[in-house]
Ligand binder design. Structure first.
Ligand code: SIN
Length: 279
């Protein structure tokens, strides 16, 4: 019998207890962890001590690794993106509601973030539940959204025309702006490929507009959805500790790295997993 316990957090996510990610999980342990991931869209682990090699090995149990083309990798580990902020830097990576890689034609399935060096205070990550956000909409708005697609892009965040990071001190942490060329179009409400449940799939970071609408026409309804989806009842704030790991499903959640630890260092390692086209 598996000793793994899954404790829902409220809002979104669940903590998975009784598992050591440094060891090879048995098939039955892996199935329990996978079920928790599919059900909650976000799982947390505490008190882990995993090397970069073990981080990669755990990621590979889920599928192929998708190497993020904009993040600087960890030295010696091209599969692992470094999410870092130094004491003298002001801008953090991921400091706004978003979901990773929605700008890709086949957006990344999930991201596994390992805490490597934490500030003494602050540096939490907020998560929001896109299943619950969708479910709480009125039937009329659900029906409208089911008929819509949206355009997503990396150009305004990571490209040469970036408004998010231009003129900031992010430069040594992100790069390859020439690779920010393509836009992608996804349904505004997806049927999640693992759970089969409907989820809202637009995000403040990377969604530009509804497909076939102008940005101006899109803004009021997008803003409504953004305000709606990050209400407290749909969110959790994860307090990182040494040994903490968060694994989120990019198709079921948003996240937001809080930038409230000025003057302190924060270093995280992130592996992103390949996803699929969304319908
Ligand atoms: C990210 O947006 O992937 C980074 C999240 C974090 O640093 O907490």
């Amino acid at each position: 019998m598996s000793a793994i316990e899954v404790k829902p957090c409220g809002g979104v996510g669940a903590e998975v207890l009784g598992v050591d990610l440094a060891a090879d999980l048995t098939n039955s342990e892996f199935a329990t962890v996978r079920d928790a991931f599919v059900e909650h869209g976000l799982i947390f682990f505490r008190d882990q001590n995993i090397s970069p090699e073990q981080h990669i090995a755990f990621a590979k149990r889920w599928g192929d690794i998708n190497v993020n083309r904009f993040f600087k990798p960890v030295d010696g580990y091209p599969q692992i993106a470094e999410v870092r902020k130094e004491p003298d830097q002001t801008v953090n990576i991921g400091g706004g509601w978003h979901t990773d890689h929605s700008y890709d034609v086949e957006p990344a399935m999930g991201s596994i973030l390992v805490a490597r060096e934490l500030p003494a205070t602050g540096g939490d990550t907020m998560f929001a539940n896109m299943y619950a956000a969708y479910e709480a909409l009125s039937d009329g708005l659900k029906e409208t959204l089911l008929g819509l697609k949206a355009v997503h892009s990396s150009r305004h965040v990571f490209g040469d025309e970036s408004q998010a990071y231009r003129g900031t001190d992010i430069g040594d942490r992100l790069g390859n702006s020439k690779a920010a060329t393509q836009d992608s179009v996804h349904p505004v409400v997806i049927t999640h490929p693992l759970s089969g449940k409907k989820a809202l799939y637009v995000n403040m970071g990377f969604t530009l507009r509804f497909d076939g609408w102008t940005a101006e026409e899109s803004k009021p309804l997008m803003d409504y959805l953004y305000t709606h989806a990050c209400q407290p009842q749909f969110t959790t704030t994860f307090k990182w500790k040494n040994g903490s790991i968060a694994f989120w499903d990019n198709r079921a959640t948003w996240h937001y790295a809080i930038n409230d630890y000025q003057g302190q260092r924060r270093l995280m390692h992130r592996i992103t997993l390949e996803g699929c086209a969304l319908h």
